[in-house]
Design a binder for this molecule. Structure first.
Ligand code: SF4
Length: 615
């Protein structure tokens, strides 16, 4: 691997760094303060992973091949020695291995299992998540009691649930085995996940789509090893450059903080966000701005939201709709303003039609409505310009351009729905029903829940209870001559589980579910919001509901904590069981009350909010 810097001073790194935000390793060199502790939900996830690994290994020991060696917890050098010794004598399986440090590659690593394969070893890691999906295709698997790659078999009707983090970690171990001369010659690695099977990754198979280096628009499919080599090497370069910066202030760092979903659980959140929120705020604070676009803007000197707000919306909008404004401008150069655009490019019929709709017919019109600075940036900015203006404007919410009046779908019987799930399935469907023809009765919260260990049967039982109730409400409303609508916030989450559970049950139920989702009775309120209003920030329920004046009864209503509470709620001998169950129901009730509050707020005030500036 070639590096742009001398990486020899970089501390040896585990494989995890390859899948983390690249700014993390830079901060570890430069930021004098300690990384903050992970939030409880992240710690809970890690603990659950460690426990799953321990339980899995415990159950396998004694079931697998005879020559199964366990490397005990001990100082690093002794553990490495024991691993090398076990590999040297050809042990069949080595549990809790500690690979020799790869000094040149600056790597360290501890695969959960090393499995003997021909002349060497292949790594297997245990992960507390699903690894395969039921769909057309086939996936190569091994039974963990016979974990050898040589006896792996294809499992039809299932496909690999491609998990890039897993693949990069296996690639890290593979490179370490290669560096020490202990690899098997096969670039493969396995993940033992929740299905209890070892699922094999071919690390040399093209699998991951990434932008080609020279052009953000072109895509290339890369192998796991290619992807890993790039990501890991890049991070070593970042760290080496950061070390150089400590010696010399003139050294340019390779990366800068950029807002992403990873920041919420990152130990450098406060440090990075104090930079991101400077001035009018970093452009990455705008929703939906991809890394490629963020980088492109930066290369043009556009770093803050105010600079995006200053761009010209009509130009960006024309470009976004498919008009090659730059090409028309080139053809128009030196032409008389009265010359028609059609005469310059008669074959571009669709684009001419779009220009015509915008009232742009001549060279003069084109020059009047287009802004060269915006043309240079690109049409992808259209939505971002409105977002930036909304985010920096004095009002928390704006109407989208061109919408004089906005309507919110209402009904006599309104039902707000929200589900809670864990990896094993959905354990709670919460519903808030409000009969608006009887205002004196007020809304009622009805949870359909099970605290039994969740499996397919329990999940279906909970689902059917909710489904029977919901369809009864719909049918009764119809019989009584009333309208009925059910509302969710961000339907892909609910729809996915509705379809999955009903599809696994029977065809008739699946069709009934599909009919409801396609009907006027099923409304995604987030989509209603997004089609008519704009805030320039997150449109998550937890961000929008407070704008409507809504507050949750529970502290910290972020979704992550509900996973922690769920484990307490179903624990057999926990003192906190009742409190955790109450917390979950309060939390779920809060979510359905939030969608209800947003709907009322949009209906009452939504038409009065100002229109976002679209000039
Ligand atoms: S806070 Fe965000 S940008 Fe900063 S290191 Fe963490 S993930 Fe990266």
């Amino acid at each position: 691997m070639s590096y742009i810097s001398d990486v020899s001073m970089v501390t040896v790194q585990g494989g995890y760094i390859a899948k983390q935000c690249p700014v993390v390793i830079q901060n570890r060199v430069l930021v004098p303060t300690e990384e903050a502790e992970s939030p409880p939900e992240a710690i809970h996830r890690m603990d659950a992973g460690i426990e799953f690994e321990a339980v899995t290994l415990e159950s396998l020991r004694g079931e697998g091949p005879d020559d199964w060696v366990v490397i005990p917890q001990q100082p690093r050098s002794t553990a490495i020695e024991a691993t090398v010794d076990a590999m040297g004598r050809g042990a069949a399986v080595i549990e809790n291995a500690f690979l020799p440090i790869d000094e040149e590659g600056r790597r360290t690593g501890r695969p959960d299992l090393l499995i003997r394969s021909d002349a060497g070893y292949i790594p297997v890691d245990i992960k507390h998540h699903r690894t395969i999906d039921e769909e057309e295709g086939s996936v190569l698997v091994s039974d963990p009691t016979d974990p050898f790659y040589e006896t792996a078999y294809p499992m039809e009707g299932w496909d690999l649930r491609k998990h890039q983090g897993d693949a990069l970690q296996l690639a890290h171990y593979h490179r370490m085995l290669e560096a020490g001369g202990h690899d098997s010659g096969r670039p493969v690695g396995g993940i033992l996940g929740k299905e209890g099977l070892i699922v094999w990754y071919d690390l040399d198979a093209p699998m991951w789509t990434t932008p080609a280096k020279s052009d953000g628009k072109k895509r290339k499919i890369r192998t796991s090893l290619e992807r890993y080599d790039f990501e890991f090497g890049f991070r070593l370069d970042i760290a080496a450059t950061a070390h150089s910066r400590l010696e010399d202030d003139d050294v340019d760092l390779l990366v800068e903080p950029r807002a992403s979903g990873e920041c919420d659980e990152c130990g450098f959140h406060d440090f990075c966000w104090s930079t991101l929120e400077l001035g009018s705020g970093d452009s990455s604070l705008l929703p939906g701005l991809t890394y490629q676009h963020w980088r492109h803007l930066r290369d043009l000197g556009i770093t803050e939201r105010s600079q995006i707000a200053d761009l010209h919306y009509p130009t960006a909008s024309l470009m976004k709709s498919g008009v090659e404004v730059d090409v028309f401008l080139e053809l128009a150069e030196g032409e008389d303003p009265s010359v028609s655009l059609e005469s310059l490019r008669s074959r571009a019929k669709k684009q001419l039609l779009l220009l015509d709709e915008a009232g742009v017919l001549t060279v003069g019109d084109l020059l009047k409505v287009t802004d060269l600075a915006t043309v240079a940036v690109g049409g992808f900015t259209a939505q971002r310009i409105l977002d930036a203006r909304a985010a920096l404007g004095p009002h928390p919410v704006y109407r989208r351009p061109g919408l004089d009046e906005v309507t919110v779908p209402r009904a006599d019987i309104e039902i707000d729905i929200d589900m809670e799930n864990v990896n094993e399935g959905v354990y709670l469907w919460g519903a808030l029903i409000n009969n608006r023809t009887k205002p004196e009765t007020g809304p009622e919260y009805i949870p359909f829940v099970s605290w039994e260990p969740i499996d397919d049967e329990v999940e279906l039982e909970v689902f059917l209870a909710m489904w029977d109730w919901l369809t009864t409400q719909r049918d009764q409303a119809k019989d009584n001559g009333l309208t009925m609508k059910a509302y969710v916030w961000h339907e892909p989450a609910e729809n996915y589980h509705l379809r999955r559970i009903s599809g696994a049950a029977n065809r008739r139920l699946e069709e009934q579910v599909e009919n409801l989702i396609d009907s006027e009775h099923w409304i995604d309120l987030k989509r209603v919001f997004g089609n008519s209003w704009i805030t320039g920030g997150s449109v998550g329920l937890k961000s929008i509901a407070p704008l409507a004046g809504f507050e949750w009864d529970v502290d910290d209503p972020g979704g992550g904590l509900s996973m922690v509470k769920y484990d307490e709620a179903v624990a057999e001998d926990s003192k906190g069981t009742d409190a955790a169950r109450e917390w979950i129901l309060d939390y779920n009730r809060g979510d359905v009350e939030a969608t209800s509050a947003i709907r009322g707020w949009l209906d009452e005030e939504g038409s009065d909010w100002p229109e976002v500036d679209a000039r």
